[in-house]
Design a protein around this ligand. Structure first.
Ligand SMILES: NC(=O)c1ccc[n+]([C@@H]2O[C@H](COP(=O)([O-])OP(=O)(O)OC[C@H]3O[C@@H](n4cnc5c(N)ncnc54)[C@H](OP(=O)(O)O)[C@@H]3O)[C@@H](O)[C@H]2O)c1
Length: 276
């Protein structure tokens, strides 16, 4: 299988490196293209893949094309790609809010997978949700799952509405965690810790709690009960959060991201594509 990654920015580079370092492809079957010379020089320096500057030297050779440009560049890119593609090729887009229909129409393609990765893909701990058009076979979906798993874990969803929902959980989710971490660091600084110690206290607490959660089948609620004892310090903090409706506010935030993902999807229908 030959894979072409279009766009060698943060995400494209993350995927290309992860695919190259995995056993997913044989050597020499990974290509990448970027419009910026500076980016291409950076990509070449890795020595991991064939780097291109023109679609006509690489696009028709690819079985799978991973589109990793910003949504705002989608329309122009698809116009350029359209005369060079075939209906046998499979297109995987990670562009936020760009629907399968928009891509099918923009490229005149049939096999399209839409995927929503998240930032921890950069450290091999990504969570990617994906779904395919009806024309993508189960075998092809299984191959795409393996490709996406090179950056962490993935989940095959049945509809684009679920992709929008997963955007509100795993896509935007890392920012909610950082928000919580920032609040805890702010509290630590107010309590008199310096930046270094506040970072250590918060970072290690998150890492430890996440590890406990992932290593067990207990729910977060079960774990809260294990940490908190009646009349204790943790109970005082959890009661304060409950009184302030923090759970409901976090849920509302996740829904805000979900609704925004739906809105962006509607905006990109047709030819216009905006950034997420
Ligand atoms: N970052 C995330 O956490 C995240 C999460 C989920 C989804 N995504 C999606 O991932 C996609 C990529 O995001 P990113 O942060 O990696 O963007 P990025 O760093 O801007 O990378 C995109 C790259 O593609 C290049 N490019 C644009 N048009 C091109 C074309 N026609 N041909 C070849 N190369 C082209 C850009 O060049 P220029 O710099 O010259 O424009 C840039 O180097 C976006 O659609 C985003 O919605 C990102």
């Amino acid at each position: 299988m030959n894979v072409l990654v279009i766009g060698g920015g943060n995400m494209g580079m993350t995927y290309a490196e992860a695919i190259a370092k995995s056993n997913f492809l044989t050597a020499g079957s990974l290509m990448i293209i970027d419009q910026s010379k500076e980016k291409r020089d950076e990509l070449r320096a890795t020595g991991l893949f064939e780097v291109h500057d023109q679609l006509d030297t690489c696009l028709s050779r690819a079985d799978v094309v991973l589109i990793a440009v910003k949504p705002v560049h989608a329309a122009a890119l698809m116009k350029e790609m359209k005369p060079l593609i075939s209906t046998e090729q499979l297109f995987v887009s990670i562009m936020a809010g760009v629907t399968i229909d928009t891509i099918k129409q923009g490229l005149d393609a049939v096999k399209v997978v839409r995927a929503m990765p998240n930032l921890p893909a950069q450290v091999g701990l990504g969570m990617t949700s994906f779904t395919g058009s009806d024309e993508v076979s189960r075998l092809e979906l299984a191959a795409i799952e393996q490709l996406l798993d090179t950056t962490g874990r993935s989940i095959n969803l049945t509809s684009e509405s679920e992709i929008d929902a997963s955007t509100g959980i795993s896509g935007s989710g890392p920012a909610y965690i950082f928000y919580f971490m920032q609040a805890m660091m702010d509290a630590a600084l107010k309590m008199g810790f310096d930046q270094h110690d506040a970072r250590l206290l918060v970072g290690q607490t998150f890492a430890g709690a996440v590890e406990l959660f992932n290593e067990s089948t207990l729910s977060p609620e079960d774990w809260m009960e294990r940490v908190a004892s009646k009349g204790g310090t943790t109970r005082a903090a959890l009661d304060s959060m409950d009184e302030n409706n923090v759970n409901a506010l976090i849920q509302e935030a996740a829904y805000a991201a979900f609704r925004r993902a739906e809105e962006l999807g509607k905006q990109t229908k047709g030819t216009e594509a905006k950034d997420g």
